[in-house]
Design a protein around this ligand. Structure first.
Ligand code: SF4
Length: 370
């Protein structure tokens, strides 16, 4: 393990959790010997926040960085703002039941998106473990599961999973690239919606956003024709970045002219797992995002636009990864936070982790698509 690299990056992206816990131990020892090193204090505080923090851990993280808060160091200020958010949030805490959960259920995807949120963990859970988790979710009163990927349609156990969730009365949303979409998927009525990605109707722009050897738009049209004949809601997922922001209005016109009763979800492109050069190519500000979305909402009232910027999405999600680890996200690069393991840990503890926003839309049942 390259601790130097770990220390530099200080993130959980594709890194082994054991390594991160070991790094934390090493830093604990260093900080005991020297309490004045800004870098060590910051790294340790960040790791404490990243690894299943309790409210006492959050206070400890604050104590580690508090001597340096007045120094106007960007990283320290950002960590301080996360800590403040969590501490304020915690005061409002009451135990709540989670209504919906996101699950990256499979670790393969047929396309490549720059800035993909997925970690593609090596260990893929077996269908038996998956069923155990589904039962656990049901016991905890989770009623809606959104599965994504990789692409769930590539997963050999998908139908078994759907049968099982149907037998327990759970509702499923499926976010898929849609290359293998088949009518037989809808044999059970618990599929509440299908989410399909489309970021532009311009081939070059679409390819820049999601690299694929297939023709994205033709595939999208075929899928829309098929789903339209079934009684399933359709959600179009669009990431807004520097690459496609100026063309979203054209995409809106296309959707508006060709489809009825669709739900258009527009998300600000996220830099959480993207390297610096990708961030420079794709990243837009919240203000740029909101300005464009405002215009789109005015122009296309029939498209049921639901938009979320990165601040709104931060600490909102509880995401089960394909190996059973559970994480939530912040807003900026590297802000991935480990909440526990769904097979081993208590779900309620994860849901009520101080990092999770008490205003998280996942607690509400009235909104279908979030
Ligand atoms: S479709 Fe989803 S899982 Fe696949 S690369 Fe894109 S963001 Fe990642």
């Amino acid at each position: 393990m390259q601790f130097k690299k770990l220390k530099k990056e200080n993130i959980m992206n594709s890194l082994n959790l054991n390594d991160l816990f070991k790094l934390k131990e090493i830093l604990e020892n260093k900080v005991v010997k020297n309490t004045d090193n800004i870098s060590d204090n910051y790294q340790l505080a960040f790791l404490i926040m990243q690894l299943k923090p309790t409210i006492y851990d959050v206070e400890r993280a604050y104590n580690l960085i508090s001597p340096f808060i007045g120094l106007k160091i960007k990283k320290i200020n950002r960590l301080n703002s996360i800590i403040n958010l969590v501490l304020t949030n915690h005061k409002k805490t009451t135990n709540r039941n989670l209504d919906r959960i996101n699950w990256s259920i499979y670790n393969k995807c047929p396309i490549i998106c720059d800035g993909c949120y997925n970690d593609f963990r090596n260990k893929q859970l077996s269908i038996l473990e998956i069923k155990e988790i589904v039962s656990k979710l049901k016991e905890s009163k989770v009623m809606n599961i959104t599965i994504s990927g990789g692409d769930p349609l590539l997963w050999k156990d998908l139908y078994d999973f759907l049968e099982y969730t149907y037998s327990l009365g759970l509702q499923i949303g499926i976010d898929t690239v849609g290359f293998n979409l088949d009518k037989k998927l809808f044999f059970n009525e618990n599929i509440k919606y299908i989410g399909l990605p489309l970021d532009s109707i311009n081939k070059k722009i679409q390819f820049k956003m999601r690299k694929s050897r297939f023709d994205f738009l033709s595939n999208f049209k075929e899928n829309m024709n098929m789903i339209n004949q079934l009684n399933v809601a359709i959600k179009i997922n669009t990431m807004a970045s520097k690459i496609n922001l100026h063309t979203l209005c054209i995409l809106g016109e296309y959707l508006n002219d060709n489809y009825n009763n669709i739900f258009w979800s527009i998300y600000q492109w996220s830099p959480i797992r993207a390297k610096l050069f990708t961030q420079q190519e794709f990243e837009i500000t919240i203000a740029q995002f909101e300005e464009e979305v405002f215009k789109l909402k005015q122009k296309f009232p029939n498209l049921n636009i639901n938009s979320k910027n990165n601040e709104e999405r931060s600490f909102n999600h509880i995401l089960i990864q394909n190996d059973g680890t559970v994480i939530t996200f912040g807003q900026f690069y590297g802000e991935v936070f480990y909440l526990g393991n769904i097979l081993e840990d208590n779900l309620n503890d994860m849901i009520n982790n101080p990092l999770i926003s008490r205003q998280s839309t996942k607690f509400k049942s009235s909104i279908i698509f979030q």
